[in-house]
Design a binder for this molecule. Sequence first.
Ligand code: FAD
Length: 405
Amino acid sequence: SDSVIIIGASHAAAQTSVSLRQAGWAGSITVIGDEDVLPYHRPPLSKDFLSGQKSINDILIRPAESYETANIDMKLGVRVGAINRKDKTVLTDDGETLPYEKLVLTTGARIRRLPVPGEDLENVFYLRDTDDVLAIKDKAKTAKRAVIIGGGYIGLETAASLRKQGLEVTVLEAMPRILQRVTAPVMSDFYKRVHMEEGVDILENVIASEIKKDGDTLSVLTSCDKDMPADLVIIGIGVIPNIELAQAAGLDIGNGIEVNEFCQTSDPEIYAAGDVTWHYNTIYGRHVRLESVPNATEQGKVIASHMTGNAKPYNSLPWFWSDQFDLKLQIAGLSTDFDDVIIRGDSSTGRSFAAYYFKDDTFIAVDAVNAPRDFMFGKMSLTKGLNLDKTKIADIDIDLKLTVV
Ligand code: FAD
C-alpha cells in the first residue's frame, strides 16, 4: 500500500505528516522519532520554556489527538539505524523492519560539541532538546553563576533567560564580536550594549580552553588571564546536520542532504525537509542550509504537495526571529554577503530600529528590532524583488512605502 515513513519527529515531520493527510494522502503515515516527546516548538527552549513561563504542554506543535484524528502513527523514542533503498525498508534500533513507498528524512541537526577537556562534566550543558533544558532549569534553581560559551542567538537568548531568573551570567565569545557569523557589527554592538545594561557580562575574543571541576563548582579556563568560576556552564556553538543515515544510503550530500525544488533527494522516492537539507534558494540563487522553523514547515508543505500530485516548488524567503529581554528581533532574508548596512532609527541608545542590508546596492535582508513594520515591509519587498533607496531608508521621517526605488 502507499505507506509513508517520516524519520525524525519535530517541526518538519509534524508539518509534513499533517499536510499530507490534509492534501488527501490515503495510505499509512508513520513518524519515527528518537525523542520521547511529541513534536514540540524548539525555539522556546532557550526562551519562555527555559525562563519558566511555558511548560512542555504549552510548546507542543499539535496535541496528541490531532495526530490520532489524522491517523498518523507516532513511534516515539525509536531510532532508525539504517535505510535499505533496494528493499525500500527502514530498520529501527529495536529490530523492526518497516516497508515504505515514500520516505521523508527530517533528521534535523544535533549540537556541535566543544573540543576541550571537561565539556562532559556534570553541570556542563548543551541545549537542543527538552531533556537538556529540564536539566538546566533544575540546576539554575540553586545556581548563582552561569558561564555561557558561544555568543550566537541561542547563547544570548539563554543568557537573557538565566539573567531574568537572577543569575550572574557571563558570555564568552571566541570571535572578535558576538553574532559575528550572522549580523553586521552594528547589530553586535547593539546586542552587547543591551546585555551589559541588563547585567550580563560579555567577553569577546576569549577562547575557553578547558572546564575544570573546582570542589562543588566549575571553573572555565580561558585565553584571557581570568579563569571564570561557574555553577553551571552552557555551551552553544552551533549544530551539525544529521546526514549520516542518508549518506550511508548513498544519497547525494552537500552541506546537508541535497534536495531539489520539490524536496526530493537524489532518490526520487526519498524526500528531505528542515535543518538537514542543502537546498537551492531561488531568491538568492544559491544553495543554502537553513536552521529555521519557517524553512522546516515550508519544506514540509512542499513535500506533501508533491507527493499528492499537486506539486508546488519551494521558493520562500528565509526568515527568522530571536527574543532577548524586551527585544523582539525579526529577520527577513539572508544578509551573509552584504557590503553595506543602513540603520533606520536609533541603535546606539534606543531599543527599536532596523538594519537594512545591501549588496552591490541591492537590498538583500533586514534585521528589525522591536520594529515589526520594518520586518513586514522588508519581507514583502524581498519577496517581490523590490529594491530600496539607501538615503531614503536612513531617514526615519520618510514613509517606508516611499523608499522603494
Ligand atoms: P529538528 O528540530 O532538529 O528535529 C529532528 C529530529 O529528528 C530530532 O528530534 C532528532 O532527535 C530526530 N532524529 C534524528 N535522527 C534520527 C533517527 N535516525 N531516528 C529517529 N529520529 C531521529 N528557529 C527559528 O526559526 N527561530 C528561533 O527563534 C529558533 N530558536 C531556536 C532555539 C533553540 C534553543 C534551538 C535548539 C533551535 C532554535 N531554532 C529557531 C531552530 C529550529 O528549532 C530548527 O530550525 C527546527 O527545530 C528544525 O526542525 P527539523 O524538523 O528540521 O529538525
